[in-house]
Design a protein around this ligand. Sequence first.
Ligand SMILES: C[S@@+](CC[C@H](N)C(=O)[O-])C[C@H]1O[C@@H](n2cnc3c(N)ncnc32)[C@H](O)[C@@H]1O
Length: 300
Amino acid sequence: MPDSSRHGFNHAVDTIALMQTERQLIQEWSATALFWDKHREIIRQLFAPVTDALVEDAQIGAGHTVLDIATGQGEPALSLAALVGPEGKVFGIDPVPEMVAAAARAADKLGFHNTQFEVAFADHLPYPNDTFDAVVSRFGVMFISSPVDAVREILRVLKPGRKLSMAVWHSAETNPFLSVLQRVVEKYSASPPVAENAPGAFRYARPGKLRDIFVEADAAAPTERLLQFRIKAPISVDDFWTLRCEMSEKLRELVAKLSAQQLADFKSEALEVLGLYSTDSGMSFPAEVLIVTGTKSIPV
Ligand SMILES: C[S@@+](CC[C@H](N)C(=O)[O-])C[C@H]1O[C@@H](n2cnc3c(N)ncnc32)[C@H](O)[C@@H]1O
C-alpha cells in the first residue's frame, strides 16, 4: 500500500509537496545548527528523560552498535556513546552538513573515539543490511517526507530481532515548552493553518499515527507508550527566552522583523507566560512524548 493511502492525502501531489517542504526545512535547519550547537548542553539536559526512554525501549547496552537517525547536533548519539562504551559504536546521520559537522566536533571535544557522523537522509542509509543492535531517533521522524520508506530502510540496517525506537511530541496542549510561546507569536504573526500531515513538531501527536507507519513498513510488534516527564533547565526565564528564540528559525525571523516597540511588547508578554514555569531551580515544564518501538522480524 502506498505511503499515503491510509493517511488520507493524495499520494503523488502530497509527496511532491512534502519533499519541497523537507528541502525548505533543511535550509532552515542549516541556519539553526549554530544555535543548537551553542546550546547543546542545555538541550541535552532538557531532553535527557526522552533519551533514557529510547535507551530502555530500544534495549541499548554496553558494547552495542547503535544508529541515531536525524541526530542534528549529535543527540542522543553522544549520550549513547558514553553508554555503549569503548567496545560499542554509535553512528549518527542527518541531511544537514552543518549539524553533522557540529556533532563530529562535539565528539572530538568530548574525547569519544566510538562515534561516526555522516550526512544522509533517513530513507537512504549508507550502511549494509543487518548492521545495528538498535536504532533510535529523537524528534526527527516528523520532518521526514517519506516516513514509511525511512522506517523500511532503518529495518534493513537493523539486525533481525533488534529494535527501532522513535520519540515524537504528543499534543500541543500537553507540551507548553513548545506551545506557550506559539500562542504569543500568533498575536504578532498570523500563521497559516497547518495541514495534518505537514512536517512539524506535532505531525505525530495523534496516538497511533506513527505506530501505523511502523505497521505499514512491516515492523514486527509495534508498540507505543506515553512518556510523561518534566523538561527542566537550570536557567532563568530571560535565558530561556533567548534559548527558545535562538533554537527556532521561525522565532528568529519574527524577532528580526519586529519594530523595537513590538519586540519589547512581544518579549514582555512572552516572559509573563514563561514565568508560569519558572521555579527556584530554574525552568520546569510538564511534557508528554510518545515513544514508538518496532522490531525487525527474524526470518523463518
Ligand atoms: C528537532 S531536530 C532533532 C535533533 C536531535 N535528534 C535532538 O533530538 O536534539 C530534527 C532533525 O531532523 C533532521 N532531518 C530533517 N529531515 C530529515 C531526513 N529526511 N532524514 C534524517 N534527518 C532529517 C534535521 O536536519 C534536524 O537536524
